[in-house]
Design a protein around this ligand. Sequence first.
Ligand code: CU
Length: 151
Amino acid sequence: MSRKRVFRRDAVGAALGIAGLVLAGCGGPDGADDAASQPAGDQPAGKRATVTLTDFRIELSQKTFTPGTYTFVVTNDGKAPHALDIEGPGFDENSTETLDAGESANLTATLGAETYDFYCPVSNHREIGMETKVAVGGKEAPTTDGGTNGY
Ligand SMILES: [Cu+2]
């Protein structure tokens, strides 16, 4: 599994969330992430990351983040309504609307070198597992679901 990366992650990054996890796991000095800033069409501000909401988990396309502005493409892949709320230093609450099954929305946030809480504010979802911490600045976030869970 030590295959070298031979493609760029910009345009395909959103579709290859799992690849992002694998690559981020290498933890090496990887400035190439910033190569994704090439604008492509109507690309929103900042770097892109995908967030998948399911019943009842939150999965991010990458485990490590460097400080900067991100547009999180949030998709509700579950059956219940979900939303993404980001809490952390530097900005007040930042959340999507509640998304019905299959819906998606973009959420832009500027992250500093801090730890942020990504969670679902709907009902009691946060307590039952829809919460994940994101430590910005190169450290791997202490996610509860480190395993690959199929694709
Ligand atoms: Cu939820």
